[in-house]
Design a protein around this ligand. Structure first.
Ligand SMILES: O=C(O)CCC(=O)C(=O)O
Ligand SMILES: [Fe+2]
Length: 284
């Protein structure tokens, strides 16, 4: 199985280098919001009580009480209220209708996601940044100290959709351009579409073989989140009926990216580096 590194889509078309900032300004000046209340973070109405309780006050013990480590390095937990999921899905449909009616292009979320909406382009940037800083970064510092020790400080936030009229039903095997990825299923009714995970690798070993113990398939549950390393190789299987939409946030750490020592650290978390190092130390 060959693996891609998924990147955000830089421009609307390769021969038309429209600057993202100009694009956002144009969108923001003409798009009329449907649910204004979901553009500012309101923890009590966005999150389920168990998530809120676990993160406030933010203690390691509280956090670990709701996080299930479903497989090594993959944490799952209930996160979003059904009402919030519904409103976000309606907003996404409203954005798509606006794009259709105004003959505007929508920047696709990534090089592999052909259908969806970059929320940051439509006014959700500060809400998602607050979600990152107040919730996802502190959680990730506890769960993924090897890459998030100094905290996460930027994001790429989008909704992906699969199924009828959505051009595609799956996403190919890849790694994300993130330290940590938050992926929350918004609904609605679908079957299939499981996320599959195949082990964490550094950039040098993206395509290396998959260990038997590295296979893990996760069935999406509306309102439930998966938190995983961006370098945890993954993809999404085809849905077999209905429409699936997920909120995804690629979370990054500028400190981690700027630290060269972080690159020498691969054997701490890349299984292939670990094996190579072990083999090179073995006497002939
Ligand atoms: O379909 C999904 O839920 C996962 C998509 C994904 O991995 C991505 O957008 O990077
Ligand atoms: Fe991904």
């Amino acid at each position: 199985m060959a693996l891609d590194q998924q990147q955000p889509q830089a421009s609307l078309e390769s021969d038309e280098q429209i600057q993202i900032q100009e694009y956002k300004e144009r969108v923001l000046s003409s798009y009329q919001r449907l649910h204004g209340e979901i553009y500012s973070l309101d923890p009590a109405s966005f999150f389920v009580p168990s998530f809120l309780k676990a993160v406030t006050p933010n203690s390691e013990e509280n956090l670990k009480s709701i996080m299930v480590q479903s497989a090594p390095g993959i944490y799952t937990f209930e996160m979003l209220q059904p009402k919030f999921c519904e409103m976000l899905l309606e907003e996404v449909l409203h954005i798509e209708k606006w794009a259709h009616d105004s003959k505007s292009l929508i920047r696709r979320p990534g090089t592999l996601n052909t259908f969806g909406v970059v929320l940051d382009d439509f006014g959700f940037e500060s809400m998602l940044q607050k979600l990152l800083e107040d919730f996802i970064s502190p959680i990730s510092q506890v769960l993924f100290p090897e890459v998030c020790g100094s905290g996460l400080d930027s994001h790429h936030g989008y909704v992906v959709e699969y199924g009828e009229y959505r051009e595609t039903d799956h996403v190919a095997y890849h790694m994300d351009d993130s330290e940590v990825t938050l992926n929350v299923c918004l609904g609605k009714d679908f079957s299939g579409g499981e996320l599959y995970f195949r082990g964490v690798r550094c950039a040098n070993h993206m395509d290396s073989e998959i260990g038997e113990e590295e296979h893990y398939d996760y069935p999406n549950v509306p309102g439930h989140a998966v938190l995983h390393r961006g370098s945890h190789r993954h993809g999404a299987k085809a849905i077999t009926s209905g429409i699936r939409a997920n909120l995804i946030m690629w979370c990054r750490s500028s400190t981690f990216r700027a630290t060269t020592s972080s690159r020498k650290d691969f054997p701490r978390w890349c299984a292939k580096c670990r094996v190579d190092r072990h083999n090179s130390k073995r006497p002939e």
